[in-house]
Design a protein. Structure first.
Length: 92
């Protein structure tokens, strides 16, 4: 079943290649969407694809790349909108 998850990741997640890690995870799981840094030090991402693959991506984001420390992930679930062709890193 296709779904969409909007996540906000708290912790030491900037300056540790968290966006690249998230992009690699999403791409390997054939998810679409985007990831970006927020000005307050958190990371925001949207995943679209099969719900079980999104859940796996979120589990991997909890672990994060080396040198990161995830303290919390807020997840908001919704219906897939099929609005993405790939998974990209956004720069603000």
């Amino acid at each position: 079943m296709k779904a969409r998850a909007h996540i906000i990741v708290d912790g030491k997640v900037q300056g540790v290649f968290f966006r690249a890690f998230t992009q690699n995870v999403a791409t390997s799981l054939r998810l679409t969407g985007w990831v970006r840094n927020l000005h307050d030090g958190r990371v925001e991402a949207v995943f679209e694809g099969e719900r079980d693959k999104i859940e796996e991506a979120i589990r991997k984001c909890h672990a994060g790349p080396p040198f990161s420390r995830v303290t919390a992930i807020d997840v908001t679930w919704g219906d897939a909108l099929d609005g993405f062709r790939d998974f990209s890193v956004e720069y603000s």
